[in-house]
Design a protein around this ligand. Structure first.
Ligand SMILES: *[C@@H]1O[C@H](CO)[C@@H](O)[C@H](O)[C@H]1NC(C)=O
Ligand SMILES: *[C@@H]1O[C@H](CO)[C@@H](O)[C@H](O)[C@H]1NC(C)=O
Ligand SMILES: *[C@@H]1O[C@H](CO)[C@@H](O)[C@H](O)[C@H]1NC(C)=O
Ligand SMILES: *[C@@H]1O[C@H](CO)[C@@H](O)[C@H](O)[C@H]1NC(C)=O
Length: 347
């Protein structure tokens, strides 16, 4: 099943106090879940390709699986329908209409089903007249579409950015965001805005603006099901670290950060906290190369500051590693093309 992280979350995430960021109370943690695109893409020909069919049955079965198999418990909560869900034309009142064969009971039915399981529901539109795959897009219909998504009880809206000019991208995302806000329904606003600015229009995205209006933003190419693609994405975020890190935090997210050698060390402070000062901190060691390597680092270099000891655990295996002081060095063997996460808890 095409489960993947919407947003990778190991980031050195101290926010710059000068930046004003979107705060609609949503996406306090990086949203995680499932999106239809990765595998099902524009799966509209269900008779010919029943195994690649984007329809109600698929979405409900993903929701069931998330609920039954522990994905929800692990924090994967959004089930998101990507492009190709609607009829090819709006109805006589100008409304978007779900494809009547593939989504016979409409989107509110799906939202209710998903919500009953404690999961959240996401949908897709494009900022232009048509979607990337040629279905009706939201240009000239922002207010109406925002209201409709709210009426369908959508919790997350991915807004793509195909087929429009740079100037339009820079204003339209702001306008659509305002319409989503006035519906009164909290919806995570996912913008593809910076991706199109950088990779289609070859300009530097204005992340200050993006982070002021969007909860989540795409900065790089679509992930595909290959390790090579994931590696390229990780490398991109390493290279763009300086542009991106200050806009990233609860409510507004881009992807990861920083590095050393062949191995990348991602550092993130988080709860639980000892008193109001000493955070737990996770260290994710990612080896993109093809041989095992041993990495040494001293947690004290990364902003930890309790003078008491810390307990170190391997968070995937749940093994206790050791109790250390901050000046002690940790040595970790990272297998080729693998990741190890060590979490340090202040004692
Ligand atoms: C609308 O914007 C205001 C101001 O940023 C914010 O407090 C509020 O939570 C937003 N409401 C919704 C539904 O997004
Ligand atoms: C330790 O670091 C935290 C987070 O940076 C800070 O708030 C706190 O004041 C520091 N404590 C000491 C004793 O330096
Ligand atoms: C990962 O493996 C490569 C082998 O090509 C090695 O050069 C690199 O140092 C390793 N990095 C880590 C962190 O283990
Ligand atoms: C590590 O510290 C914890 C908490 O103080 C303690 O319970 C445990 O026995 C210690 N383990 C070792 C091996 O020192």
């Amino acid at each position: 099943m095409g489960v993947y992280l919407l947003v990778l979350c190991f980031v050195f995430a101290y926010l710059s106090s000068v930046v004003e960021l979107l705060d609609n109370g949503l996406a306090r943690r990086p949203p995680m879940g499932w999106m239809s695109w990765g595998y099902y893409m524009c799966g509209v020909d269900c008779r010919k390709n029943p195994l690649k069919c984007l329809d109600e049955k698929l979405i409900l079965s993903v929701a069931d699986t998330f609920y039954k198999e522990g994905y929800l418990e692990a924090g994967f909560e959004y089930i998101i329908i990507d492009d190709c869900w609607s009829e090819k034309k709006r109805d006589e009142y100008g409304r978007l209409v779900p494809d009547s064969e593939r989504f016979p009971r409409g989107m509110k039915y799906i939202a209710d089903y998903i919500h009953k399981l404690g999961l959240k529901f996401g949908m897709y539109t494009n900022i232009a007249k048509t979607t990337c795959m040629g279905y009706p897009g939201s240009r000239d219909y922002f207010k109406r579409d925002a209201k409709m998504f709210a009426e369908w009880d959508v919790d997350y809206l991915k807004v793509d950015g195909c087929f429009v000019e740079e100037d339009y991208l820079n204003t339209a995302y702001i306008k659509l965001g305002a319409h989503l806000n006035t519906t009164g329904r909290p919806m995570v606003y996912s913008c593809s805005w910076p991706y199109y600015i950088e990779f289609i229009h070859h300009k530097q995205p204005d992340y200050e603006s993006v982070s002021k209006y969007c909860n989540v933003w795409r900065s790089y190419h679509d992930v595909v099901t290959s390790w090579r693609a994931i590696k390229t994405i990780i490398t991109h975020y390493q290279n763009e670290y300086e542009h991106l890190y200050k806009f990233h935090g609860p409510g507004h997210w881009n992807d990861p950060d920083m590095l050393q050698k062949q191995v990348t060390l991602w550092v993130k402070p988080h709860l639980p906290r000892k008193g109001d000062k000493y955070h737990s901190v996770s260290f994710a060691l990612v080896n993109l190369s093809e041989e095992e390597v041993t990495v040494s680092f001293t947690p004290g270099q990364y902003g930890l500051n309790s003078t008491d000891r810390y307990t170190v655990m391997d968070i995937f295996s749940q093994f206790f590693i050791k109790n250390i002081t901050l000046s002690e060095t940790l040595e970790v063997d990272v297998p080729a093309e693998d990741a190890i996460i060590y979490t340090t808890f202040p004692l």
